[in-house]
Structure formats: structure tokens, C-alpha cells
Design a protein around this ligand. Structure first.
Ligand code: HEC
Length: 476
């Protein structure tokens, strides 16, 4: 008797808490889904109105419970990133309860105002806008297309890029885009060699880019680089935009644009760091883990990370082992999906002290049981740019205290990779062909005692010789 009133209170509480669209669900969908699930955006249907959401209530509950939606590949607890698209356990439970209880609409007075999206530039009017030179046709069906477009920037002086905002010309087919810089004219030659606008390029721009300007994926938020940091674009360089097209079922055309905002010359240094290997040999039918590591030659702050592989990769894990023995997970993608590859920017820079060891471990499945396997029956797969080739790459963006530090840092990192070749015989990505060739030819000449191998002193002498001659390029 004494406890009855209390039980009643609890029961009433539970009834009152049955979620409704207007009060509980709309805020979650507006915040986490609407940037893609609205008219003219990448997702196949809108989720803005009650009727849109209610008729798919159980499907929404299912895809959120599996964390298939919102699409976000980085596992919680392995790096903290900007703009993480991840629902909380409580939000997922709330959606499930709403769907199970008949997807009620609730009190209209409780419905929040729908989110406002600008159709213009998210980050304000850019200083310069460049449009791909000609419209590209995408057939109604068939395989996805990967096309690289060359945009002559025609800068007469070096420019310091602060913000990059991509505008897909046709959101029905543009799946994602990556931006590279070419100062060599190679991309123009590739473009001229094919009749259509741009040239086909699945695995990358097929050139040794002198830099990169990030990428775009549906639902992406445009943000400027942190204070003091800019991406330098050398005068005369071309922009190469690689676009991944997904056929829509109808013939389509696309002509995308990119807006750049410029800043002051940098006070801090920004450099790329490429880990990864070309030593890939996946036997038909096999599951295999490919690993690589690299040592950080100076104290840096890690601000961004972009793991990259093709269709056979299943899982990617990257960790930092600090000189004091501590281990910090940098990213874990448990379920790699080539269609949702992204560049991840850390919410707070991760300090990597000199001597930190970056370790990557990617798992590949070249069996017939892998639904993404492009070859049926499976065939042996090696490193390359084509759909049926593989890659094991990791691009990292690091910040140095001063802009002047960058050339020295790059050289030190590069020499470290050459030393790895001497010690372990690996084939690190990011080491130019020319450097590998010099290493092969010059190596034997530094075998002072003619014992057929290079001891520590001989190695040091060879690396010193190379340090003076090698220009640090980027080459995958
Ligand atoms: C970054 C863009 C993006 C965001 C954010 C996003 N979606 Fe999606 N969603 C898509 C795309 C693209 C598809 C269709 C392709 C696919 O199924 O992967 C899709 C498909 C779906 C489907 C159909 C799945 C199926 O099996 O056919 C549901 C349901 C869905 N989304 C619900 C949601 C909900 C709920 C949210 C927010 C919690 C959300 N989505 C957030 C892009 C997005």
C-alpha cells in the first residue's frame, strides 16, 4: 500500500515519455540527416516532414541502430574529429521507441523550425571561383566513372588558400571529389590525349601532384584551415579535380565548380606525410593484412588524416606509438567503404613528438565472398591505379611551428623512408621513382668493405650523399 503511489508515478512517466516526431524525432533528423536527406541532395528521399519520416519509421530505426546512417566510418574512441556524424545511444534508442510505438506525430506546437540551408556558398563568397572547362556526360547506367578535370588557375603569384568549397554541378551523379595541384603540365597532357573533357582516373590523378587541396563528399561542412595555416598554391599550377560519378539511371551531365578563399602568407608550416606501401600482392581468394610504419622526424601537430585503399579493403587501423611508449589510436575504420572515403580533421590537433612511430594496418579480402570484389572469379591483385588494383595509403596533414620548417621536415621524413628501404627492403609509397633508382644504383658504391651489404656507417654515408641530391617530390 505504501509503495503504490510511487509505482503510479513511474508508470505515468513512462507513458509521457513515448517519443513523438514533433518533440523528439524532428530535432534529431534536422540536425543529423537533413543536410543529405532533402530535395536536390545526395540521399534518395527527404526526411524533413512528418509524413516523409513516418512512412519510413522502421527503416530509419533499423539503419540508425546498425549505425549505417548517418554515414560515418570512423569508430568512436579512435580519434576525435570535427563534424562527427554519430548519433548517441540515447538518440538511437529514442528513434527505435518512436518507430515501435506507431511513429506518433505529437503536438504541432512542439515542432522545431526546419533547418535553413543556403543554396549559395556555405563559407561566404569565395575570392575566386573556377568551373571545370566543359560539361561531362555520364551515361544512364554501368560502372561508376572516375574523371580528372584540369582547371588552369593562372595565378601570376603564389596564393595562400584558406578555404576550399566545392559545388557539384549535378548532385544526382557527383559522389565525391578530390583536389590536387599539378605544376608539371602532366595532367594537361593526359587531358589532351583523350577526346572527352578531362581524363579517366580511378585510383588518383595519375601524376605526381605537388600538393593537394582536400576533398568533398556529400554532407561535408566547409571549414577554413586553422589560424596561421594555409595551403600554398604555386604560381602557374593547375588544379586537378578528380570526380567520382555514380550513374543515376538517366543520362546526366555535370560541370562542377570550386570556390577558393585566400589568406595571408602562413605563419606556421603545413606539410603532408605519406605512409603506405606499394608492396601489395593479394593472392586470389586470400585475406591479408598489409602494414607499414614511418617515424616522425620532428615535433609536429597532426590536424588531418585520410586513409585510402580501393575496393578489397575491409578495415583500417592507424596508431601512434610515442617515444615514451604510450600508444594513441589515430583512426579505426572497421568497415571501409570506397564509396564513403573521407578526409578526417581532428577536433584538436594531436601532438606527435619527434620519434613517434606511425603504424598502419589494413585488412584486405580478395575472396569471392567479398561483395565489393571487382573481379569474378577473384584474381591476383597488386598495387596500381585501376579499379582492379589495390592501394594501401595514409595521408596525414601536419603542422610545424614555422613555414620555413617545411622543406627541412619533408627532407628528414623522406630520408627516413629511404633508410627503411635500406633496412627492410620495403617499397614505401611517397618515395619518388627517381629516388628509388638512385638508391639502387648508388647503394653498391657505398659498400666500402665490399661485404655485399651496407653497415650502419656505410648507410649513413649513403643517406648523407642522397640528402644533398634528392629533391623531395610526392609520388605515390
Ligand atoms: C552524408 C549524407 C547522409 C546523411 C547525413 C544521412 N544519410 Fe541516409 N542516406 C544517404 C545516401 C546517399 C543514401 C542512399 C545510399 C545508401 O543507402 O547508402 C541514404 C540512405 C538512407 C536510407 C535508406 C537505406 C536503405 O537501406 O535503402 C535511410 C532509411 C536513411 N538514409 C536514413 C538516414 C537517417 C535517419 C539519417 C540521420 C540520422 C541519415 N540517413 C543521414 C546519405 C545520408
Amino acid at each position: 500500500m505504501k509503495f503504490a503511489p510511487l509505482a503510479l508515478v513511474v508508470a505515468c512517466g513512462a507513458i509521457a515519455a513515448t517519443p513523438t516526431f514533433n518533440q523528439d524525432i524532428a530535432p534529431i533528423l534536422y540536425e543529423n540527416c537533413a543536410n543529405c536527406h532533402r530535395l536536390g541532395e545526395v540521399a534518395p528521399f527527404s526526411l524533413l516532414s512528418y509524413s516523409d519520416a513516418a512512412k519510413r519509421a522502421s527503416q530509419i530505426a533499423a539503419v540508425t541502430a546498425k549505425r549505417y546512417m548517418p554515414p560515418w566510418k570512423a569508430e568512436a574512441g579512435y580519434g576525435h574529429f570535427e563534424d562527427e556524424r554519430r548519433l548517441s545511444d540515447a538518440q538511437i534508442a529514442m528513434i527505435g521507441e518512436w518507430a515501435r510505438n506507431g511513429a506518433a506525430e505529437g503536438d504541432p506546437a512542439r515542432k522545431p523550425a526546419p533547418p535553413q540551408f543556403t543554396s549559395g556558398w556555405q563559407s561566404g563568397k569565395p575570392d575566386a571561383v573556377f568551373t571545370v572547362p566543359a560539361s561531362f556526360s555520364i551515361p544512364a547506367d554501368g560502372r561508376d566513372a572516375f574523371q580528372c578535370f584540369v582547371v588552369p588557375l593562372k595565378f601570376s603569384a603564389d596564393k595562400y588558400v584558406k578555404t576550399v568549397e566545392f559545388h557539384p554541378g549535378n548532385t544526382k551523379v557527383v559522389h565525391h571529389a578530390l583536389f590536387f595541384l599539378d605544376g608539371s603540365g602532366q595532367a594537361r597532357q593526359l587531358d589532351a590525349a583523350t577526346p572527352e573533357p578531362g581524363y579517366p582516373c580511378f585510383g588518383g590523378p595519375q601524376i605526381a601532384p605537388e600538393g593537394a587541396l582536400g576533398g568533398w563528399a556529400p554532407g561535408a561542412t566547409t571549414r577554413p584551415l586553422p589560424t596561421g595555416i594555409v595551403q600554398t598554391v604555386n604560381r602557374g599550377s593547375d588544379l586537378v579535380i578528380q570526380i567520382h560519378y555514380h550513374p543515376s539511371g538517366k543520362p546526366e551531365a555535370d560541370q562542377s565548380s570550386i570556390g577558393l578563399t585566400f589568406g595571408d602568407p602562413p605563419t606556421k608550416g603545413l606539410s603532408g606525410m605519406i605512409v603506405g606501401t606499394r608492396k601489395i600482392d593479394l593472392a586470389a581468394g586470400a585475406q591479408q593484412t598489409i602494414t607499414d610504419w614511418a617515424r616522425v622526424p620532428e615535433d609536429v601537430d597532426l590536424i588531418g588524416i585520410t586513409p585510402h585503399a580501393h575496393l578489397l579493403c575491409k578495415e583500417m587501423k592507424v596508431t601512434a606509438k610515442f617515444p615514451d611508449g604510450r600508444i594513441e589510436p589515430l583512426i579505426w575504420i572497421r568497415d571501409w567503404d570506397f564509396n564513403w572515403q573521407g578526409s578526417y580533421r581532428y577536433a584538436e590537433p594531436v601532438r606527435l613528438p619527434k620519434g613517434t612511430r606511425i603504424e598502419m594496418s589494413y585488412v584486405y579480402d580478395n575472396s569471392a565472398g567479398n561483395p565489393h570484389n571487382p573481379s569474378n572469379p577473384p584474381k591476383r591483385v597488386t598495387f596500381g591505379e585501376q579499379t582492379t588494383d589495390e592501394m594501401a595509403l595514409l595521408f596525414m596533414q601536419v603542422v610545424l611551428p614555422r613555414a620555413d620548417d617545411v622543406p627541412r621536415f619533408r627532407k628528414q621524413f623522406f630520408l627516413g623512408r629511404l633508410e627503411q628501404i635500406l633496412l627492410e627492403g620495403g617499397e614505401p609509397a611517397g618515395v619518388t621513382r627517381r629516388a628509388r633508382e638512385i638508391l639502387r644504383v648508388a647503394g653498391p658504391r657505398f659498400d666500402a668493405n665490399h661485404d655485399g651489404k651496407l653497415g650502419p656507417e656505410e648507410r649513413t654515408a649513403l643517406l648523407r650523399f642522397l640528402a644533398e641530391r634528392i629533391k623531395c617530390g610526392v609520388d605515390r
